[in-house]
Ligand binder design. Sequence first.
Ligand SMILES: O=C(CO)COP(=O)(O)O
Length: 254
Amino acid sequence: MTSHTLIAGNWKMNGLLSSLDEARAIAEGSSDSVVKIAVFPPFTLLHAMSEALGPDSHILLGGQDCHHEDNGAYTGDVSAAQLLDAGARMVLLGHSERRHGHKEACELVALKARAAVKAGLEPLICVGETLEQRKEGLTHAVLSKQLRDSLPDDLIGKAFHVSYEPVWAIGTGMIATDDQIIDAFALIRRVISERFGDEFKPHLLYGGSVKPDNAAEVLRLEGVGGALVGGASLKAADFLKIIHSAPLVHELKS
Ligand SMILES: O=C(CO)COP(=O)(O)O
């Protein structure tokens, strides 16, 4: 069984209205690609980007986080329904910059995932170990716990995605080795199929220092269904090179 490769760009806290030109260039440069493409701009750009790309754009948009409640007195937060309203179809959850920078626990990520699917968004849930945890031989234990506790039962039967992003590979230029990625993906697939059943095969992405010159190698690895790209998604020229180096489809392994 095959599925379209998903190439997603996480703009993090980057981008002003002037950056919409990059989004337009990404759309124009990929109009003939069957690779699934997603961009996660900051909240401030979501609606403007949705308008700039138009209602029939092949680029899926997503928020970088959402609150777990539908609405209420949560100053500074954004709900899943508000993201949808602004043009998002997806939402990033549990990114390590939130798990570590904002001390977000797995249980909170699970509540957010529940709110996301309830609102009709596809969550893209990130997991990954720190360098310390890897050095201590805890990678499997950390990933298993994050997957077990961050994925609510509400995801059963719903479209969602998981990205393996080793914390030490994010923004460092130090991409994980093929063996490290293959090993982590085998574990992630096993945990997800134990939890959701063999039939269920979400997109599994790799993230962490994916660049135009290493994307093809990562994306050809067994079971890698796409990439979640940070820095190299900010410039259309770089992101398009990654999109064009991706296989159009990948095998879904059980
Ligand atoms: O955090 C990431 C994507 O979510 C990866 O960031 P970089 O591609 O900049 O390493």
